[in-house]
Write a protein of this length. Structure first.
Ligand SMILES: [Zn+2]
Length: 169
């Protein structure tokens, strides 16, 4: 089996990839930035085997990127996963990947849109608002996906509409 560490690489890119270089991990983080917090919502939206999802979430918690906590609610208690500050710091990475994919690797007809919550302007390639000349924090970004969602799960439907990043889906 191929290892997941790059012990011979004296490089912070290699150290980062040891945490989120595995298949699905960045998509779990993307969804967490969108406000997905529950295991079943990650599972439905990503459509991945539950054992793989469990493994990825466990490692992200162990690496301090997500927290796992139990919230009491009217329907009983539920486990939720939320980004730590270190996890939120991945927002420019995920945004840059979205932009790069759109430019160089995408056949997506209606790509996801990211706008500044304050003024409604589209963010540029650097997640910067040209109208306000600021780079908004992820919590000040609104995302939407025009057109009919290709997937029929609840999270896809919610995230097609304008939705503030990090707010629970
Ligand atoms: Zn703005």
């Amino acid at each position: 089996m191929l290892g997941s560490t790059y012990g011979g690489q004296d490089c912070s890119v290699a150290r980062s990839l040891e945490i989120f270089g595995e298949r699905w991990t960045l998509l779990v983080l993307r969804d967490a930035l969108y406000g997905v917090r529950r295991f079943s919502d990650f599972a439905d939206h990503l459509d991945i085997p539950r054992a793989v999802l469990s493994d990825r979430l466990r490692k992200l918690v162990a690496n301090g990127v997500l927290t796992r906590s139990t919230h009491g609610g009217t329907g009983g208690s539920a486990v939720v996963y939320e980004l730590t500050d270190a996890g939120r710091d991945l927002w420019p990475v995920v945004h840059a990947l979205a932009h790069w994919g759109q430019r160089h690797a995408s056949d997506v007809a209606t790509p996801r849109i990211f706008t500044h919550a304050t003024c409604g302007s589209r963010l540029n390639a650097h997640a910067h608002c040209p109208a306000c000349d600021v780079t908004p924090a992820v919590a000040d970004v609104v995302t939407s996906r025009p057109g009919k969602p290709r997937r029929s799960d609840r999270v896809s439907a919610e995230l097609a509409k304008p939705h503030r990043m990090l707010e629970p889906v």
